[in-house]
Write a protein that binds this ligand. Structure first.
Ligand SMILES: [Zn+2]
Length: 46
């Protein structure tokens, strides 16, 4: 029943507060586009 994709580990969704750049990765400290802070957008799964 539980679907597990070995190629999709635990990742977080990050969005830049400045330029709205988005990236899904394990860790992202700063936006690669403008260098601003990014926020972690939690992806809820049920
Ligand atoms: Zn940015």
């Amino acid at each position: 029943m539980a679907y597990t994709d070995p190629y999709t580990p635990e990742r977080s969704y990050y969005e830049c507060l400045n330029c709205t750049y988005r990236e899904t990765t394990e860790s992202l400290g700063h936006c690669p586009e403008c260098g601003s802070h990014v926020r972690n957008i939690a992806v809820a799964r049920e």
